[in-house]
Each structure stands twice: as C-alpha cells, then as structure tokens.
Ligand binder design. Structure first.
Ligand code: ZN
Length: 72
C-alpha cells in the first residue's frame, strides 16, 4: 500500500499521521493526513459525496503529502 510511508511535515518537519475515517454520510473526508506538530492537514474526499475532489484515493493523498506539491 505505502499509505503509511509518510514523509515529515512539509512545513515544520514534524511527524505525519494518517486517519482513515469510516464511511459515513455525515463525513466528507474519508482519510486525512495531518502533522502532529503544527496540525496542517490534507484530506481525501470521497467523490461519491459530490464534494470537491482533491484526491482520487488515500494513497493519492499520501503521495501528495510526500511530494509536497499540494495547495491548501
Ligand atoms: Zn507540521
């Protein structure tokens, strides 16, 4: 999977963590990668919910975090 192979935070170098949320109609994000130090976060949004899609999968979110090219 590689989803947990997260590089340090692009902003502060802190440790990154990932939260995978259970599918629920009340939740927009199904996975989030966050910094434990400065709390910056990126989220994978499920396209089925009709929300703005940032990433196609949690792995895409992890890849975006690791390549540090995402824009908040
Ligand atoms: Zn950070």
């Amino acid at each position: 999977m590689g989803i947990h192979n997260l590089k340090p935070c692009p902003f502060c170098g802190g440790s990154a963590g990932i939260v995978v949320l259970k599918k629920d109609e009340s939740l927009m994000a199904t996975a989030s990668i966050y910094c434990e130090q400065c709390n910056v976060m990126i989220s994978y949004l499920d396209r089925d919910k009709g929300t703005t899609e940032m990433f196609k999968s949690p792995n895409d979110a992890a890849e975006m975090w690791n390549t540090r090219t995402y824009i908040i």
